[in-house]
Write a protein that binds this ligand. Structure first.
Ligand code: PXL
Length: 269
C-alpha cells in the first residue's frame, strides 16, 4: 500500500507530517509526502514562527512524479498553505489516485470555534469544494461548522447529515457531550454512529493528525471504517490522556510515540 500525505512540515510541535510519517511507517505502509510549507513551529500558540510556502515547488515535483508513473492507493490532504494549493490537490487526486483508490481530506482550518492564523472565508469556500471530491472528510467540530456555514455553538448531531451533502462519508471528531468526547460518522447505510471516549482537558494541536494518520493506517491494513475509527480514536485518546499530565507545555504536542506500540498490537489483533 502506498499513501501520499499532503501536509506541512512543522519542524517543532508534532503535527502534520512529523506525526503522519512515523504513524504510517509503524503501520507498515509506505508514506510518500508532498510538503505544502515548512514552518519553524506550528501556528498554535507559538509567536514568531517562520513560514516557507512551497506552492511554487509543487508543479515541478508533480511533473517528475508523472515521469515515474506513480499512483497512490490513498491520498490524504491536511494543512494546505493557500487557495492555490487546494486547486493543486484536486488535480493531484485526478492524476495520481489509483483506480479504486481512496481520497481523504482533513479540512484543517481551525479549532475551538476559530480559524487558524491566516485562513479566510474564501479559503473555507474552496475547502468545501475540495471536500466534495473526497471519499472521507475528517473535520473537527469547528471545521464542520465552517464547512456548513453555521455558528460553532449550533453544532448538533444533525449537522452530520448536512455534511453528507458535501461528502458521503463525513467523520466528525472532538464532539463534547457531557464527560465524553465523541467521534460521529455516517455508515454505509447513512445511519449515525458514534465512538465515545472519556474527555480529557487540554488542547493539543496535533491530535487530529494522530487520529487521521491512524485511521488511514488502519484502512490501509484492510480494516473497515468502523474498526479504523475505533482504533484511531482509542490511540488518540490514550495519547491525549498520557500527555495531559506528562507534557508540561502543551504546545510541544502529544506523546503519541509512547502509545504507538499498544495501537499496533490492537491493529494486528
Ligand atoms: O494539526 C493542525 C495544524 C497543522 N499545521 C499547522 C498548524 C496546525 C494547527 O495549528 O498550525 C501549521
Amino acid at each position: 500500500m502506498r499513501v501520499l500525505a499532503i501536509n506541512d512540515v512543522s519542524c517543532v510541535g508534532k503535527c502534520s507530517l512529523t506525526v503522519t510519517l512515523p504513524i504510517l511507517s509503524a503501520c507498515g505502509v509506505t508514506c510518500d509526502v508532498l510538503p505544502t510549507a515548512v514552518l519553524s513551529t506550528h501556528t498554535g500558540g507559538f509567536d514568531g514562527y517562520t513560514f516557507r510556502d512551497l506552492t511554487d515547488d509543487i508543479p515541478a515535483i508533480l511533473r517528475h512524479w508523472k515521469t515515474l508513473g506513480l499512483k497512490f492507493d490513498f491520498i490524504c490532504s491536511g494543512y494546505l498553505g493557500n487557495i492555490q494549493q487546494i486547486e493543486m490537490v484536486k488535480s493531484i487526486k485526478r492524476e495520481f489516485l489509483a483506480e479504486n483508490g481512496t481520497f481523504i481530506v482533513d479540512p484543517v482550518m481551525g479549532d475551538s470555534g476559530k480559524l487558524y492564523a491566516g485562513f479566510t472565508d474564501a479559503y473555507v469556500e474552496k475547502m468545501r469544494e475540495l471536500c466534495r471530491e473526497a471519499d472521507y472528510i475528517l473535520p473537527n467540530v469547528t471545521e464542520a461548522c465552517y464547512l456548513l456555514g453555521i455558528p460553532y455553538t449550533d453544532y448538533s448531531q444533525t449537522a452530520l447529515y448536512a455534511l453528507a451533502n458535501v461528502c458521503p462519508r463525513p467523520i466528525v471528531t472532538g464532539i463534547h457531550e457531557g464527560n465524553d468526547i465523541l467521534v460521529s460518522y455516517l455508515d454505509e447505510n447513512k445511519t449515525l454512529q458514534t465512538y465515545s471516549s472519556e474527555n480529557v482537558e487540554g488542547f493539543f494541536c496535533g491530535a487530529g493528525d494522530v487520529f487521521a494518520s491512524a485511521f488511514v493506517g488502519a484502512l490501509a491494513n484492510g480494516k473497515n471504517e468502523r474498526k479504523a475509527i475505533e482504533l484511531a480514536a482509542s490511540f488518540a485518546t490514550a495519547a491525549i490522556k498520557r500527555s495531559a499530565w506528562e507534557v508540561p507545555d502543551k504546545r510541544y504536542g502529544l506523546n503519541f510515540e509512547a502509545e504507538i506500540f499498544p495501537f499496533l498490537q490492537k491493529l494486528n489483533d
